[in-house]
Write a protein that binds this ligand. Structure first.
Ligand code: FAD
Length: 362
């Protein structure tokens, strides 16, 4: 029996792939899909989330992005409503979209940063186009006239992480995974003890408790707070993910199929605090309005804060560690890295596994 502690996008992906390979699996989580995965924007944008010092992270992201279409198609097939036959519209089920990312800037310093990112992508052979302000507005007419230029990463994609975790929960249920809705209090190589005192015996324990992983084992994971907003629009304002450097301040807008526009995200080192603050909301809306003035007309539907599981080198911790198997520390890229995380735990990706090995910190 494999026992997975934590039912966010990381733990659920691992549990589903293990169950699919024929292993008996139990997931322990008091509130599955309620952590960072609930807050996340869902960008599958390897380059935009890295800088030129993070080549390993970029390589992991590119590899996971390559795995996403088959992961999503198989997930949708497993999660499809009972009785549904034939091919399922997996893209619609997960709001999976592949229209790329447009990164734009407002002043010379912003453009210099974007040019550096484009050179880094060129060096690694990733497709990228450099655009003038006018070309950016041709792609996205709602952009502010003050946008001076940008870069377009046509291969990037995005999903709705809430739809992904909902599908994963349906899929693990179909595959016979037992879900124990309780907090794990003790995690050992051969068992997990829950808050109610239940001892769940295990041949292998996978620790995937996101930012809370360091409360259960000696792992270098810390919470990194991110505040994020959901706006609602009667018709889509944008047709692709738009990221802005607004005089040095990063902000992004992610459009959903149903007219939702996600605006993110702050990055704060405040421990386990998930308060949504007036300052956080103000900064996000201020920068989003600079980027796309029309956002001020939209309904503010939701504000939430999530805790990213950060590590000292921003790379995830996946693999054996002191008798446990870790699947944590995904920081800003846990949705992007979900397919690769599961592949590493299943022993299907040896080169990426070496980059993510927790042993690098021992
Ligand atoms: P979580 O989703 O936090 O799940 C951890 C789970 O562990 C929770 O369900 C919790 O209930 C459970 N748990 C905690 N303690 C215990 C315990 N003692 N016993 C049992 N269970 C426990 N990533 C991207 O790839 N693209 C994005 O666009 C993106 N945007 C983001 C925006 C924001 C604002 C934030 C906060 C994050 C974003 N991320 C993004 C990062 C991504 O959300 C995380 O990397 C990812 O969700 C981590 O998944 P996880 O399963 O490890 O953690």
């Amino acid at each position: 029996m494999d026992v997975v502690v934590g039912g966010g996008v990381a733990g659920l992906s691992v549990a589903w792939r293990l169950a699919r390979s024929g292993r008996p699996v139990t997931v322990v989580d008091p509130a599955p899909a309620s952590g960072a995965s609930h807050a996340a924007a869902g960008m599958l944008a390897p380059a935009s989330e890295t800088d030129y010092t993070e080549e390993s992270l970029l390589r992991l992201g590119v590899e996971s992005l390559r795995l996403w279409p088959s992961f999503a198609a198989e997930l949708a097939a497993d999660a499809a409503p009972a009785g549904a036959a034939g091919a399922h519209d997996w893209a619609a089920m997960l709001d999976y979209r592949t229209d790329g990312t447009l990164d734009v800037g407002f002043d010379a310093d912003d453009l210099a940063v974007l040019d550096e990112l484009a050179s880094f992508m060129d060096k690694l052979g990733l497709p990228v186009e450099r655009l003038t302000g006018r070309q950016c507005r041709r792609l996205e007419p709602m952009l502010a006239p003050s946008v001076r230029g940008g870069i377009h990463a046509p291969q990037d994609a995005w999903v709705d992480p809430r739809k992904v975790t909902a599908a994963l929960l349906r899929a693990i249920d179909r595959r016979g995974v037992r879900l124990v809705r309780a907090r794990a209090e003790q995690v050992r190589p051969d068992a997990v003890v829950t808050e109610g005192g239940e001892v769940v015996d295990a041949e292998r324990v996978v620790l995937a408790a996101g930012a809370w992983s360091s409360r259960l084992a000696d792992v270098p994971v810390r919470p990194v707070k991110g505040q994020i907003l959901r706006l609602r629009s009667p018709r889509p304002l944008l047709s692709r993910c738009v990221r802005g450097l607004v005089h040095g301040r990063p902000v992004y807008l992610v459009p959903r199929g149903d007219g939702e526009l996600v605006v993110g995200a702050t990055q704060e080192e405040l421990g386990f605090d998930t308060t949504v603050t007036a300052g956080g909301v103000y900064e996000l809306l201020r920068d989003a309005r600079e980027l796309v003035p029309g956002v001020t007309e939209l309904e503010l539907a939701e504000s939430v804060a999530g805790l990213r599981p950060g590590t000292p080198d921003n790379l995830p911790l996946i693999g054996p560690h002191r008798g446990l198997t870790l699947a944590t520390g995904h920081h800003r890229g846990g949705v992007l890295l979900a397919p690769l995380t599961a592949a590493i735990v299943l022993g299907e990706a040896s080169e990426p596994a070496a980059l993510c090995s927790p042993e690098r910190f021992t």
